[in-house]
Design a protein around this ligand. Sequence first.
Ligand SMILES: C[S@@+](CC[C@H](N)C(=O)[O-])C[C@H]1O[C@@H](n2cnc3c(N)ncnc32)[C@H](O)[C@@H]1O
Length: 637
Amino acid sequence: MAFFLASYAREALGRLSERAKLPGLAGLRKGMEDALGIRFDARDGERLFRSTLVQTLFYGLFSAWVVHARAGKQNFDWRVSQWSLHVPVMRLLFGQIATPQALQPLGLVPLLDAAGAAMERIERDPFFTAFSDTHAVQYFYEPFLQYYDPELRRQLGVWYTPSEIVHFQVERVDRILRSELGVKSGLADQNVWVLDPCCGTGSYIVAVLDRIRKTLNGQGLGDLVAEELKKAATTRIVGFEIMTAPFVISHWQVGERLHDAPLGPNERAAVYLTNALTGWKPTDVGPPIPGYEELVEERGAAAAVKRDRPILVVLGNPPYNAYAGVSPDAEGGLVETYKVGLIDKWGVRKFNLDDLYVRFFRIAARRIAEGTGRGIVSYISNSSWISLPSFTVMRESLLQNFDRIWIENMHGDRTITEYGPDGRSSETVFAIDGFSPGIWQGVATSLLVRSGQNKAPIYRYRNDLNASDAAQRRADLVASLDDPNASTKYERLTPLPANRYVLRPVTSAHASYGEWPTIDSLLRVAPLPGLLEKRGGGLIDFDRKKLKARIKAYLDKSSTFEDARGANPALATNRAGYDAKKVRFRFVTEGFQPGNVQRYAYFAFDLTHIRPSKRPFEIAYVHSCFMFCRTQGAFCS
Ligand SMILES: C[S@@+](CC[C@H](N)C(=O)[O-])C[C@H]1O[C@@H](n2cnc3c(N)ncnc32)[C@H](O)[C@@H]1O
């Protein structure tokens, strides 16, 4: 179903692109830019904007059909589907493309008719058996995005978080609220404000609601539970999301959780379309957005949470990649704090704090430490902050702000080809069999507590959740919740200036490691990063045959550019200074040169270093490329 809807959506996107100059769309685009503090005119911005609108339309349709079919109704008509229109900003987005005035010139009616008819052909019983509430996203959102726009998914780091991880984090937070902050009902306490600042499809929000329901049921509240839950979902369990597509799914998922006390026309889930990294200070007033009251309203509601609500818990799964249109300036130099003294005091001459997750740590830490004064942060993120020199000041700052830290190393670092104890390479916990290969970076779950009392600090690290199989590791993580000996599996940490505050165990032999000269400080010539492919993996493969076939198909003279994109989507994508169409045009004449596929060592001296295929990977280049790229940015940089 996801595949069929995605193909109609692609077609709709094509039509929207042909008619991109419609004045209504330009106004909406500007309005959304001003509301979110992003620019769609940056790299790929226009495409992202249109793509987002089409996704919103199709998710809206699909969720309307789900509600319609669940109610046992027949003859679905998308024209009269009243899906979630009580969220003003959704009404606005939907209205821009789905109202008769807008649809006529856009030419989307036949496509929406066809999509509606396809949904009516679904055999409902088996469909809903598979599409259980909790798996809705796995069954629909990820496969849809994969068929619809795989490149967009990669660029934005739009991966939903596996349910076991979400469950683990939410349970831990609930328990720690009780044990460390003395909140007896945990997340069910009416004063506990929770924020997922990057809520995507809403996995954490619904898991928190499930946890609250469980606690309230245990308290024998009977019929009051549904109303209490609705109160929590509309006020204090808050989500922020910058992309409209997952935002729509979040609302839909929360709506499904509230089936026994449905939202009224003037009620909405506390999930807001906003840039979580901006708008926290009273002085951060965005520009006026004339003609788009709904966006102003949404921005105001999100700002009220950012500035005024006593957020006690920040949890979630921060994104890995930033959209190029996001402006770090508007964020007020979020990570500057984590750079102070890095060079002078710590001698870290080269550092990289650009990963988006670092900024999400900063907003969470700032809110808890400087705002509420006590509270919890629970993230799953790239694990590099735990030990790399670039993050020394960030660690120092977090240690000053939080007196309890528990870290679970979730392994799966494919950038260094990490192995499990059975000798197989360690899969990322974000890999879902049959759905998603996940990400490359090693990850860790972390829970940081600011008790607000003068307690002796506790810093712990767990390293034994290391099965090479991702599903097994996730299951082990969940099982550890019921393990009475779980606390013995954590090692004690002693973060000190001498070890640059690393938050993983350091043996005594390495106690002074941090004081040793770094390798690059011994070199006369600064290290070079080597060949950077920077074409989204389009030029790389572990399998020579596959790579040859891909490049050959891409450079096939008789293919159109769109056919070529099918053969090698990564290479067909524009990137900074790389114009895919232009470059292909030049190289198509030369044609594919089989001799240009070469074995390539990923790291220096890497000829024996074993990647998953037990050999270095293959890289394709076009002969003239190296000269050509100096001036024009061709196939490789
Ligand atoms: C890893 S995903 C979170 C997945 C989510 N936990 C779920 O299960 O669906 C990260 C999310 O952060 C969103 N995001 C990226 N930058 C953001 C920003 N500046 N403000 C708010 N959300 C942002 C992305 O659009 C994406 O949906």
